[in-house]
Design a protein around this ligand. Sequence first.
Ligand code: HEM
Length: 130
Amino acid sequence: MTPLDILLATHVLMATLSVSLFIYRGTRYLAPHPAPIHDPRWLRVTPHLVDTLLLLTGVALAWTLALDPFAVKWLGVKLLLVVAYIAVGILAFRIPRPRWLRMGLFILALLIFADIVAIALTRSPAGLGA
Ligand code: HEM
């Protein structure tokens, strides 16, 4: 295994953990009769650690492979969608709003995540639309 393989494996592992934690939090926040939401400390801290590692390994991969997001279209689109994934996720969980809207935002964030993975695997900016 080369250092690049380890970097890529860590990146993919963090992506998997990130969406798993997101779905787990979603099932807690968006349940029809949610118990009072009081996340344990690990659930408040771990997503930030995982997402930070996801971004750092992504930047390290782009750096190592000499990929410039302003020149490589799929990477530029992927980065914009990562920002959208984070923003929609924050809206779905943090701001009080009707349940149907929170549920819609949650599903939208998952669709954006799927598109990010499709872009990463195909290296095409079309992603799911390909
Ligand atoms: C939600 C966030 C992200 C997800 C779900 C994600 C997902 C993935 C996946 C699944 C791969 C593996 C593709 C393969 O094995 O062929 C990958 C590779 C990669 N990702 Fe990400 N990623 C995310 C964020 C980022 C960010 C923020 C950056 C850059 C700043 C980035 C840059 C890269 C690069 C450069 C590769 C390697 C592409 C190659 O081998 O040619 N990723 N990503």
